[in-house]
Design a protein around this ligand. Structure first.
Ligand SMILES: Nc1ncnc2c1ncn2[C@@H]1O[C@H](COP(=O)(O)OP(=O)(O)OP(=O)(O)O)[C@@H](O)[C@H]1O
Ligand code: SF4
Ligand SMILES: [Mg+2]
Length: 322
């Protein structure tokens, strides 16, 4: 089994204006197997983008890293040292949250493809062939190549940005909230596209999303983040059928509405502030089933082949809702 991503006690922070280190990802340990589609889910501010950026090699220079991160066995983070040379764009490709901003407004779509592909050793002929194949997969007509990004719809821009991330042949894609700028009805379609990409090219995909139900539809594995920590790692199926962490249980609550599953309202209370130093469990303040032991930090324990950071993973769901 090849590991596409392996993080060991990875922590990431930013220096604030007084040069204080604010840790926003703490002690993340997880792996993603080659060919898996893995989703990072969690509320706003939980550290999903920061963790995704570390995998994609696009953390800002004023960020600080600790711990180890490997991509396909290659060490890319060793404490404060980072080694993304020859990795970014070649081994891992990044699809940002807002595709419009990643496309140059001054260049036609073809020129944007050609600029990237020329740098990766394509001839014009091989580039055209490859781009035509990718456009077919993305359900885009070749006419888009003659257009400037602003002449395309948001969904088309998004697909062009995905196409650009594919042309270099990277083995790992990191997509940050790829559905945030498209209409609701296009969301699932776009997410399914990632599965097709995986099946066709065998790439490993790390997807970042707020939407745990959507993640469940297309991912193999889900990492649940809360307050900068990974609190549960599980196969998507098991996570949705039987969430173990109280936060995941609350996050996945649904009610059937006219045959659809609708997510329940938000979880009461506020997440921890960035950099807030906490004793004990990170979810303590909002956890409806916390106990005396929860003032101590729970270890990441294995339960039925899944990993959960909670002292009480087997507590009944009904206990949370009462
Ligand atoms: N470039 C940055 N410089 C300083 N602080 C940052 C930076 N990026 C993120 N942060 C802070 O790190 C914390 C985690 O942010 P991050 O964007 O990783 O979370 P997120 O889970 O992706 O949130 P969202 O769902 O809103 O995108 C937040 O408190 C945020 O303010
Ligand atoms: S460790 Fe305790 S406070 Fe934290 S999620 Fe589990 S039960 Fe709740
Ligand atoms: Mg984000």
């Amino acid at each position: 089994m090849v590991l596409a991503v392996e993080a060991r006690n990875l922590s990431i922070g930013y220096l604030d204006e007084d040069d204080n280190l604010v840790l926003v990802v703490r002690n993340a340990s997880f792996s993603v197997e080659e060919g898996e589609v893995c989703c990072l889910v969690g509320e706003s501010g939980s550290g999903k983008t920061t963790l995704g950026n570390s995998i994609a090699g696009v953390l800002p220079p004023y960020s600080v890293t600790k711990g180890l991160l490997y991509l396909f066995g290659k060490l890319v983070v060793k404490d404060e040292l980072r080694f993304y040379e020859g990795v970014r764009g070649r081994l891992v490709s990044y699809i940002p949250q807002n595709p419009g901003s990643s496309l140059s407004p001054y260049m036609r779509v073809w020129d944007q493809f050609w600029r990237v592909m020329k740098a990766h050793g394509f001839t014009e002929e091989t580039a055209k062939k490859k781009v035509a194949e990718i456009l077919r997969l993305l359900n885009l007509k070749t006419e888009v190549l003659d257009h400037y990004p602003h002449e395309l719809s948001g969904g088309m821009q998004q697909r062009v940005a995905i196409g650009l991330s594919l042309v270099t042949g990277a083995k790992l894609l990191v997509a940050d909230e790829p559905t945030s700028s498209v209409d609701a009805h296009l969301k699932l379609q776009l997410m399914r596209l990632f599965r097709e990409i995986k099946e066709l090219y065998g790439v490993t995909i790390v997807l970042i999303t707020h939407d745990v139900l959507l993640a469940g539809k297309i991912c193999d594995k889900i990492l649940v983040m809360y307050g900068g920590e990974i609190v549960e790692v599980s196969s998507a199926k098991e996570l949705l059928e039987n969430p173990l962490h109280p936060y995941t249980k609350l996050l996945t609550r649904v009610v059937p509405v006219l045959g659809y599953k609708k997510k329940l309202e938000s979880i009461p209370g506020e997440p921890p502030r960035p950099g807030q130093v906490m004793e004990g469990c990170v979810f303590y303040e909002r956890c409806p089933v916390r106990g005396d032991e929860c003032v101590k930090t729970p270890p990441a324990q294995e339960v039925d082949g899944r990993v959960v950071k909670c002292w009480r993973p087997l507590i009944k769901e009904s206990a949370l809702l009462s």
